[in-house]
Design a protein around this ligand. Sequence first.
Ligand SMILES: [Zn+2]
Length: 490
Amino acid sequence: MKIYNTLTHRYEELEPIEPGHVGMYTCGPTVYDFAHIGNFRAYVWEDLLRRTLKFLGYRVTQVMNITDVEDKIIAKSVAEGLTLQQVTEPITQAFFEDLDTLRIERAEHYPRATEHIPEMLELARRLQERGLTYTSHGSLYFRIDEFENYGRLSNLENRQVMSGARVDSDEYAKDDVRDFVLWKAHKPGEPAWDSPFGPGRPGWHLECSAMSMKYLGKSFDLHTGGVDNIFPHHENEIAQSEGATGQPFVKYWMHAAHLMVDGEKMAKSKGNFYTLRDIREQGHEPRAIRLLLLGTHYRSPLNFTFPAVAQATAEVGRLDDLTARLDREPETVGRNGSFDGVVSTALDEFSSALADDLNISGALGAVFRLVREAHVAMDKAELPRDSRRGLRHALERLDGVLGVIAKPALEPDAEIDALIGQRNAARASKDFAEADRIRDDLVARGILLEDTPQGTVWKRRSAPEITPIRRGPTPRCREPPMPSRSIRRT
Ligand SMILES: [Zn+2]
């Protein structure tokens, strides 16, 4: 697979450190509010990348952080008189629901920042040991001047003053405007953790370095994010990680361009700001939203418009028409194998397009050509059983990457009831082997049985639950007392 590497500014052959296995880190959400469609543009693209790697035969270990302590979260918790967790948990749950809505595959790990404070402190301690930090007013800062390679990713001159870069209001005491905070000193009314640098909380950049290296190792293959993450966030991640380990941090960096709405930057003030939920409430099919979000090459800005949603809906409809027709129309006789060439050409084109830095228009072109040719073959009654099976199999493989084709209807309830009846009959006649076989068969289809005194009840297995990873003790966060809502007299 060839990808465009932001670090080297070149197209490169992807060669994972461990052959056949890609370790991939994706910057995740800050959970203070519902994610918007611009965020989902990046998450859908990262899902396309993940699924493409798997389609091409790689094993993938993906890590996405959940930022659950940060200025905006703290501001919301103070404003609403809630604990950090009361702010972040519902939003985190909503985020996972949105991922499911858009059929985004789950990453292997979703580490939460507040559960990795020891790892962050350890990283900060190592940076201090190597002389790359200084303290000022109780905060610990990274000294950019001491890190030679700073600016390589964003292509900035080391000495250039980055005007326009957001300077945190907490960071008034820095020696150099480019230095960034590793550990923020405790401020009254804010949550804090104990640390060797004094009570405080981690800087945002520190969490991504600490958690990516914890789950993927000191050096790993792929790091993704939006272009707005390149500077300063990813630049700072490199500085912290390589500064601490002395080893190369990430081999390949990939970044997605922005999403625009009707050709304009999305902003609440312009009334063109949408969360996924806003679009869903207008009745749009999630598969169409997914297709629209993944249909523009990731390095080009995506223009989100409602006519484009309608067009994506029509395209999803074309895929549904074909699967419905394959289900509905009787099989025809005809020369077996006559359609196989069309199918294998489509698969080849699809695969080589995606292997070329995720050329999605090439890949979708191959899919819709296949759909058109399949309709023509069926019109002419030239799609015999074998070819039809081959076509279905190909559609399944293509959809393993795209995730937009309707899933086959669930097992009808009547069929499950009939099987449960057969199992009960087997049990009554003491044929337990047969009863177990039927139960195992149902479990394999995602049907769980429970034998109760009132008879056998069943339910469908729901999607796997997310279990947060908790390893080792995490220092307790001292939440400040609830703010009193007194009026300040001036
Ligand atoms: Zn990050």
